[in-house]
Design a binder for this molecule. Structure first.
Ligand code: URA
Length: 233
């Protein structure tokens, strides 16, 4: 089995991210560092990531977390910041599916299923992600139209978003914005392109999966309907 597929099957991360672990020189097979993505692993090989032995896992785990602000969406952080994994007290290895910014809160999926992570994050699957967004001031109809049609900002193209105006708040407007791309800082950049700031950002759904009433920092296992939904993508 190819090294990235093997590592992903061990629940380390998605296949794409596992490729980077290899090229970064963090993976050893039978005591030797391997950096070739073509490396094959066979039964009985001793595989280590950052010096820790890993093994294929067959039990797949799917969790949702209501990510609070002030933590990073990685398994470990070299700056010592709190990570989303710190909130989930189970013994199996998990990794976050995609990213929310340090100061963004809301629905985050965690799993040890690398294939599933790819399905959700791959742009070709166009999985809808909806955010509750508090925007500075009152965006005009023309501004919202620009975002609905799609924009280019700082050399990056953002496809059109679905936008619902939820209501006016003090000095601000509450929107619900649905996107399918998941580019870096996508919502913040869209709003910044209007010369406005995002004051609050929370993801409330990923496709058919909704955050519901989970409190900040709380997590739960996905139910069978939610798992079926993801597998059907
Ligand atoms: N868009 C952003 O700007 N930040 C996030 O965390 C998610 C979407």
């Amino acid at each position: 089995m190819r090294i990235n597929k093997y590592l992903s099957g061990c629940g380390i991360d998605s296949r794409r991210k596992c490729e980077k672990l290899v090229t970064d020189g963090r993976v050893r097979v039978n005591g030797k560092t391997v950096i070739e993505l073509g490396t094959d692993v066979k039964e009985g090989d001793a595989v280590e990531v950052d010096g820790k032995r890993v093994a294929l896992t067959f039990k797949k785990i799917y969790i949702m977390l209501n990510k609070p602000k002030g933590c990073v969406c990685t398994v470990s952080d070299d700056k010592g910041r709190k990570t989303v994994i710190d909130f989930v007290n189970i013994k199996e290895r998990l990794f976050p599916v995609g990213r929310l910014d340090y100061d963004t809160e809301g629905l985050l999926l965690l799993t040890n299923d690398g294939d599933l992570a790819n399905k959700i994050t791959h742009p070709k699957n166009e999985v809808k992600k909806t955010y509750s967004v508090r925007v500075e001031g009152e965006p005009t109809a023309a501004e919202l139209k620009r975002l609905r049609n799609g924009i280019e900002y700082n050399g990056v193209k953002y496809s059109g978003a679905d936008i619902a105006v939820i209501g006016a708040e003090e000095g601000a407007t509450r929107l619900e914005i649905t996107i399918t791309e998941g580019k870096n800082h996508e919502i913040k950049n869209m709003i910044e392109s209007l010369g406005r700031r995002v004051l609050f950002l929370k993801r409330i759904s990923i496709g058919g999966i909704r955050l519901g009433g989970l409190s900040r920092g709380e997590w739960r296992y996905l139910n069978s309907r939610e798992i079926e939904y993801i597998k059907s993508l």
